[in-house]
Design a protein around this ligand. Structure first.
Ligand SMILES: *Cc1c(COP(=O)(O)O)cnc(C)c1O
Length: 409
């Protein structure tokens, strides 16, 4: 056990390619432990006859927030299995550190609390965001106050008590893209948080463009199989230390089994994202040419998420799919489709939803690893259930998602 704990922070090896990091990061010590698969440590507590030594480790954590040297004392403080996932994700995002949480929302909560604890309660945010992120900021549930703006308005929206600027790119569910570099510049000294759930570090590493904090719902692509819930924040070690202290105090820890599954998920992340993205691009090509589709949204950086507006009844598409699963969430090996105005963004007020491009005819699809012909056949039969348009309006084009799009027609 001592061995396993002390070996979880190996010195970083010179930079390796993403695909290599995906299968090796967080596992660098395994060979020296005589292991091939990472061990799972389910301990809630760690025995020690040396209470003076434990007291020193507790004091060290309370003052610095650094991962404890040696056993964690108690599982709410740290866990070596989850630590492997954190190490690996930080390597993929090219950040110093990463801190894992019970869900994406627990991760965002910790970020907001960490900033508020420094007296910085004001957040500047760009819509659309994932519906619950929008809700958490908008309700002020955590004592924060939000100013919504577009990317061009960020610099003017920043106040002396602004602790965070938050964007999602590509955004859920319109796939609107934000120029991270331009926004980071507008932030000045205020840290920019980018929710990178949709792009994953395979397609985009926000810190390379000036973001300071990267958030993931690990429930989605990082896990990748629809069977684990988690969240993670990748950032510099200084902010990570504060996040660990918040996590210890508030308890939103990731379970070590989830940590194990997420580490395993990372190893196939590059191949999953690339394969699903290839199918997504082909579906986008076909949908764009389809007279039943009013508009298709697909980001310039690509990816496996697509959204489209139908002329007919979007609910009939949801009830008509047979292979594609009609369900919220995304990033699994199998394809999912949902109606954001009814489900993922239901919690956002209708006016705000529409103003940020989440119209009533918009459908969001997470393209999985099925054969693209089977996916297309399923989409086609589901679309055929709906009424065909009587008139085919002109100007139907593939819409690069570089900003909020008009509400559904
Ligand atoms: C799902 C999601 C979240 C929230 O993550 P949970 O793991 O469900 O708490 C945050 N951001 C984005 C972009 C998401 O898709």
């Amino acid at each position: 056990m001592d061995n396993e704990v002390s070996m979880t922070h190996p010195a970083p090896t010179p930079s390796r390619a993403l695909a290599t990091e995906a299968v090796h990061a967080g596992r660098d010590d395994l060979a020296s432990l005589g292991l091939h698969a990472p061990p799972i440590d389910l301990s809630t507590t760690y025995p020690s006859h040396d209470s003076r030594g434990e007291a020193m480790r507790i004091d060290a954590f309370a003052t610095t927030g650094a991962r404890p040297d040696g056993p964690p004392v108690y599982a709410r403080l740290d866990n070596p299995t989850t630590g492997r996932f954190e190490t690996a994700l930080a390597r993929l995002e090219r950040t110093e550190s990463a801190v894992a949480f019970a869900s994406g929302m627990a991760a965002l909560t910790a970020v907001l609390l960490a900033r508020a604890s420094q007296g910085l309660r004001h957040v500047v945010a760009v819509r659309p965001l994932y519906g619950c992120s929008d809700h958490l900021l908008g309700t002020g549930l955590l004592g924060t106050e939000v100013t919504w703006t577009d990317p061009a308005g960020i610099a003017d929206a920043i106040r002396p008590d602004t602790g965070l600027v938050m964007v999602e790119t590509p955004a859920n569910p319109t796939l609107a893209e934000v120029d991270i570099r331009a926004v980071a510049h507008a932030c000045g000294t205020v840290p920019l948080l980018v929710d990178n759930t949709f792009a994953t570090p395979v397609l985009q590493r926000p810190v390379e463009h000036g973001a300071r904090i990267v958030l993931h719902s690990a429930t989605k692509y990082l896990g990748g199989h629809g069977d684990v819930m988690g969240g993670v924040v990748a950032c510099d070690e200084e902010f990570a230390a504060t996040l660990r202290q918040v996590r210890f105090a508030t308890g939103g820890v990731l379970h070590p089994l989830a940590g194990y599954l997420l580490l395993r998920g990372l190893s196939t992340l590059p191949v999953r994202v690339r394969a699903a993205s290839t199918s997504a691009a082909e579906l986008v090509r076909r949908l764009t040419a389809d007279p039943r589709i009013a508009r298709v949204h697909y980001p310039r950086i690509g990816g496996a998420m697509i959204s489209f507006e139908v002329y007919g009844d979007p609910h009939r598409v949801i009830s008509g799919v047979r292979l594609i699963t009609p369900a919220v969430s995304l990033g699994s090996v199998d394809s999912l489709i949902q109606h954001p105005a009814s489900i993922s963004h239901r919690i956002v007020a209708e006016g705000d939803r529409r103003a940020s491009g989440v119209g009533d005819r918009l459908l969001r699809m997470s393209v999985g690893l099925e054969d693209v012909e089977d996916l297309w056949a399923d989409l086609c039969q589901a679309l055929s259930d709906g009424p065909l348009p009587s008139v085919r309006p002109a100007g139907r084009t593939l819409q690069p998602s570089n900003g909020p799009t008009p509400a559904g027609r």
